[in-house]
Design a protein around this ligand. Structure first.
Ligand code: ADP
Ligand code: MG
Length: 736
């Protein structure tokens, strides 16, 4: 190290211009309340480094070195009471003596001193701090307390904090590298925020290698102030940002996340990598729905609801980001493939089918044009095989032709490097066509290694995303098509059914007062009827004579069920006997249950046996809800009966549901396709199932006390016959 004369001069020059700079700072401050609220982070005038160090390898040194190396054009002000100058920059003993006063402060000193720095910033009117230092919430109770105090002070002073415990901030367009995440990536349209510094560093490095430009990179660390919700909000308003990527381990405020993400997704795609599968919020569940739901499912659902593109790996995230950053959104799911070899085309076609995309059916005119010009043996249907001897001109012609076809929503260009293949010239041809016709996404996959190396660079530079495999390319087209469809979806309208709210309120209040979490079967049926569900007729008998009496009133066949508030799953203790057709059978079943079950579950308070009408036809479905502590009520529908948890053929979605969402949930189950298929010819009223889901969604939305609900079986017959909520289980609790 040592002092470079150039830098010293620069420092002098900057100090000499103090007044001019102060003037600019003023504007920055007035803009603070402006567009994103994070302007001082995204375009600071002067940056201070509290804890700047002379010792290479120390964070306080590396940040300063990165700032200098990044080429930040405003003043860089190292703060260190024990140094005169570092890396050629004059050092100041504290922020108050720094000239000019920075508007962004990077803090690298040990945790115990950070609070004092916040106070200094407060006195000096500095509104933006990046706290790199660790030793806060992540380190235990003491650190947690310190972080809370810090945040309180900052809030009081109107200071925004990135971190603590983060690797910093990068704004390539401002040549601002206030981080120890390596060199800056090129400037560009993608913003990235990360709960893990390492992922941010990896993204930046990949950006440099593969020419993906970034607008802002935020390491949010402990997320004391700027968390994922704040980041999405600010980046959503940020004009430099067109695509938002993020890495998250936890989402703390589920409601705020969904609200903000759903709003921002309407203009900009949000690509999230979510790690950390097990959540602290999970607890033992008593319902099928609760057991099937789990934390993972909650994230899946709310991402879908909010239009967030979920990424399964860092590679996938990077793949998607490149396409979203460079390509327009497709108008649909139909893909055209152009290839110079059969094999790769078939692989891509397989992937298209697997992913739920479709091969575009080319218009007659397109096929005719292709046939007229391409060699006779070429395949002019999709996948378009332009043959192994295709040169660049044949690619150019074919790509031009399929892009003109309205049935084509996106194109995948595949190339295998045969002896005569013009790899570079083909890449140039693809670049030419896509810049002429920029309205549909075009992605490429040039197979091979050394022979296609340069062609890949040509494509990248031209903004045509290139993928290592046909599968990766297709997966990217799929998420783009899905996201585009999400943006086109009709406005959500949640239907409200006329219901007897009062009645449910009374029942729930009674439970909450008595501290009874499980809602007994009788109350559950009353609740369901109040919300328009049909329930079976039945009566509870306490003697076998009474049982026969009730059975005769109801009419054979009947079902007998053990009646106890303490038995949740009746069939598990042999507490359900179906299809009893005579007085004798009813009597025997009654006696057997009353004899056996008290021995099986000695603690259960057994009231008697329910005699219920028997349904001999219909399909058994399950409708359910599980309230996630972070994301609220998740609805479930699927194959019902006693095998629910074994078959796991269920779909989830967050309440409140629209009619369309209810139907989409249903369509996602295998059961739906089984019942819908021609050979089965089962007559099932799907609309009635969707309505049941919406009614249940209304119930749990209007009563946040419901923690879990299972309606199983929900017996559904042909259109015209109302479905029956045969059995229901509910749990209520006061809102925590
Ligand atoms: P649990 O879920 O507590 O074991 P259920 O009341 O759901 O008890 O009954 C178990 C199974 O018995 C149901 O999934 C269904 O297959 C069958 N069953 C119960 N009641 C009836 C009924 N009224 N009509 C026809 N089948 C029934
Ligand atoms: Mg049941």
């Amino acid at each position: 190290m040592g002092c470079s004369p150039r830098r010293r001069i620069r420092n002098e020059y900057i100090r000499g211009n103090k007044t001019a700079l102060m003037g600019e700072q003023q504007t920055t401050r007035t803009r603070m309340a402006g567009v994103t609220g994070l302007e001082a982070f995204f375009a600071p005038k002067a940056v201070g480094v509290v804890g700047a160090s002379r010792t290479p390898g120390k964070v306080g040194h590396e940040i300063l070195a990165a700032l200098i190396a990044g080429g930040f054009e405003g003043p860089i002000l190292p703060i260190n009471p024990n140094a005169e100058e570092i890396e050629g920059l004059a050092c100041y003993p504290d922020l108050a003596s720094a000239e000019p006063t920075p508007d962004l402060v990077i803090v690298t000193i040990p945790a115990p001193g950070v609070l004092e720095t916040v106070r200094q910033c407060s006195r000096l009117g500095i509104k933006a701090m990046v706290i790199i230092s660790s030793g806060f919430r992540e380190s235990g109770d003491k650190g947690n307390r310190l972080e809370r105090i810090l945040l309180q002070e900052a809030r009081r002073a109107g200071i925004r904090i990135l971190g603590p415990n983060c690797i910093g901030l990068m704004v390539p367009g401002q040549k601002l590298n206030a981080s120890f995440g390596g060199q800056l990536p090129p400037p560009g349209r993608v913003a990235y925020f990360s709960q893990s510094g390492s992922l941010l560093a990896a993204m930046a490095d990949m950006g440099r290698e593969y020419d993906l430009g970034f607008s802002r990179m935020l390491s949010i660390g402990n997320k004391a102030d700027i968390d994922e919700v704040e980041a999405i909000k600010a980046l959503g308003r940020d004009e430099q940002t067109h695509v938002i990527g993020g890495y998250l381990e936890t989402i703390d405020d589920g409601d705020a996340f969904v609200r903000e993400a759903e709003r921002v997704s309407r203009d900009k795609p949000i690509l999230i990598m979510k790690a950390g599968v097990t959540g602290a919020g999970e607890r033992a569940a008593s319902s099928h729905t609760g057991r099937l739901a789990g934390m993972e499912m909650a994230y899946e659902c709310i991402f879908e609801r909010a239009g967030v593109v979920r990424c399964g790996s860092i590679k996938a995230q990077f793949d998607y980001a490149r396409a979203f950053a460079t390509q327009p959104l497709p108008d649909g799911h139909h893909v055209a493939i152009i290839a110079n070899a059969g094999g790769a085309g078939i692989m891509a076609a397989d992937a298209i089918e697997r992913e739920g995309l479709a091969l575009a059916e080319l218009a007659n005119e397109t096929t005719r044009t292709l046939t007229e010009t391409l060699p006779e043996t070429a395949s002019t249907n999709n996948p378009v095989d332009i043959l192994g001897d295709a040169l660049a001109d044949r690619y150019e012609f074919a790509l031009n032709t399929v892009l003109d076809d309205d049935a084509v929503h996106s194109v995948l260009v595949l190339l295998s490097p045969h002896a005569m293949t013009e790899c570079d010239a083909t890449a140039e041809a693809v670049a030419r066509v896509t810049s002429d016709k920029p309205n549909k996404p075009v992605v490429a996959c040039f197979l091979g290694a050394r022979r296609v190396e340069n062609a890949k660079t040509v494509l990248r530079r031209a903004g045509v995303p290139h993928y290592d495999s046909p599968e990766a390319a297709v997966a990217t087209l799929k998420v783009m098509a899905d996201y585009a469809r999400w943006r086109r979806r009709p406005k959500r309208v949640v239907k409200l059914f006329p219901v007897n709210r009062r009645k449910v309120e009374t029942i729930i209040d009674r439970h909450l007062r008595q501290g009874a979490e499980d809602v007994g079967e009788a109350d559950a049926h009353d609740i369901l009827e109040a919300y328009g569900f049909v329930t079976p007729r039945g009566q509870v008998a306490t003697s076998s004579e009474q049982a026969v009496n009730f059975a005769e009133q109801i009419g054979y066949p009947v079902v007998l069920k053990i009646w106890s508030p303490d038995i949740l799953h009746k069939s598990e203790v042999d507490g359900v006997k179906v299809a009893l057709t005579s007085a004798q059978e009813v009597m025997d079943a009654f006696d057997l249950m009353m004899y056996r079950i008290p021995r099986k579950v000695p603690d259960a308070d057994i009231i008697g046996v329910l005699i219920q009408e028997m349904f001999t036809s219909g399909q058994e479905l399950v409708l359910g809800m599980n309230r996630d502590p972070r994301f609220g009520p998740l609805m479930m529908v699927g194959m019902g009966g006693v095998m629910v948890e074994v078959l796991k053929d269920v779909a989830f979605y967050p309440a409140p549901l629209t009619a369309q969402e209810a139907m989409e949930m249903l369509v996602r189950t295998r059961t739906y396709h089984l019942l819908d298929s021609d050979n089965e010819r089962q007559d099932v009223d799907f609309d009635a199932i969707a309505e049941g889901l919406q009614r249940l969604s209304q119930l749990v939305t209007e009563f946040p006390s419901f923690q879990e609900v299972d309606i199983n079986p929900f017996l559904v017959g042909p259109p015209g016959t109302p479905p029956v909520a045969v059995d229901a289980r509910m749990r209520v609790a006061k809102k925590q």
